[in-house]
Design a protein around this ligand. Structure first.
Ligand SMILES: Nc1ncnc2c1ncn2[C@@H]1O[C@H](COP(=O)(O)OP(=O)(O)OP(=O)(O)O)[C@@H](O)[C@H]1O
Length: 350
């Protein structure tokens, strides 16, 4: 099942970027969330959580450097070839997307495997957030397919039913309901849609907040929090789930510029939190994280180095390079070299 889990993970901004009022955002939430939960109730038996095979990274055709119509392979020693796709949670295959006359994505292909920490980078306006929205099921591709655990998604999340994976999108703005307390924000989905008691939800809210290093803020309003704290609350909201369900589905979290606008230390805190809620990490309570895989869109070097293992470089509508994070700065791909160095000279023109 694909749902926008972990809170109001639907756009709380209008298409022109203006914030919706809490009231209308909440109204939208009520329209979308019950549908997701209805699906979850129907399909919760399908899941085999966290039983994926060991991580097998793969260098596919998009590892090749594509520049000026030519293609030159860059050998990435730490990205071995494998035919085993049993651990692929999400796959985008030859995805195209336009807005009006503007072609944004022109054949984007990649796979996200179980237990991966993947980053999507690239120049501004290349469509990174668009890719996240397509993965999340908020936008439909014009052409191409999105596969969720091997099953083709037919439309937007509200148009079809697929089981086996929860996908959460954590917005850059944190997107908290400004007239609800931290407790109500973090527990929103559970209060609205689960059969859990108030006390059970309150306990889970407290645990989720503790997992991201926040204590004693449950009664505060978002306006009483710093930017970094808001991002942590948004993270707590994205990792909370109904523990009374028969099976827990693996979850993929999508982070859209989680450290944008934060000072370097606050960025480090958020980067470490992103790591800590991943299954390879340990949360602030010392418990293993629950997030199977995550995808981060970012421009921040610190976030790339600290929170990401594998990078996808999006440029002119395609993934033009992918490799492990440590291979990024030594890449011979001129696009990557220019981006990594911030040089004005090179194939990327502004
Ligand atoms: N709903 C929409 N309607 C029309 N145009 C859109 C819409 N969403 C995105 N775009 C346009 O698509 C292009 C890609 O936007 P997107 O936000 O995906 O890029 P990005 O790579 O994430 O950018 P940045 O790094 O600056 O955040 C931009 O030109 C943007 O204006």
């Amino acid at each position: 099942m694909v749902s926008l889990s972990g809170g109001p993970l639907f756009p709380l901004t209008t298409s022109n970027g203006a914030s919706l009022s809490t009231r209308s955002a909440a109204a939208d939430a009520r329209m979308i969330i019950p549908f997701c939960f209805k699906q979850r109730k129907k399909h919760r038996k399908v899941v085999c959580a966290c039983v994926a095979s060991p991580l097998n990274l793969r260098s596919d055709e998009s590892s090749a450097m594509i520049l000026n119509g030519s293609s030159k392979s860059e050998h990435l020693s730490t990205v071995p070839e494998t035919e085993n796709d049993s651990d692929v949670l999400i796959e985008c295959r030859d995805v195209y997307k336009s807005f009006g006359e503007k072609q944004i994505l022109s054949g984007v292909s990649f796979k996200i495997r179980h237990s991966e920490a993947v980053g999507i980078i690239g120049p501004s306006g290349t469509g990174k957030s668009t890719v996240l929205k397509i993965i999340a099921g908020l936008l439909a591709p014009d052409e191409g397919e999105v596969y969720i655990r091997g099953r083709k998604r037919a439309g937007l999340i509200s148009d079809e039913e697929i089981s086996g994976l929860r996908i959460g999108l954590v917005f850059q703005s944190a997107a908290l309901f400004d007239s609800l307390t931290v407790r109500e924000n973090v527990g929103f989905l559970l209060y609205e849609n689960s059969s859990m008691s108030h006390d059970q939800i309150t306990k889970l809210v407290k645990e989720s907040l503790a997992a991201v290093g926040l204590k004693g803020v449950e009664d505060r309003l978002p306006s009483e929090l710093s930017g970094g704290m808001k991002k942590r609350v948004a993270l707590a909201r994205s990792i909370i789930f109904d523990t009374t369900k028969e099976a827990i589905e693996p979850e993929v979290l999508l982070y859209d510029e989680p450290t944008a606008g934060l000072d370097p230390i606050a960025s480090t805190v958020v980067e470490d939190l992103i790591r800590s809620v991943h299954i390879k990490g340990q949360d602030a309570m010392g418990s293993p994280g629950k997030i199977a895989s995550y995808v981060v869109v970012t421009h921040q070097h610190s976030t790339i180095n600290r929170a990401i293992d594998r990078l996808l470089f999006l440029y002119k509508g395609k993934i033009v390079w992918q490799g492990m994070t440590h291979e990024f700065t030594s890449s011979t791909n001129p696009i990557v070299q220019q981006f990594a160095s911030g040089s004005l000279d090179g194939p990327i023109k502004y």
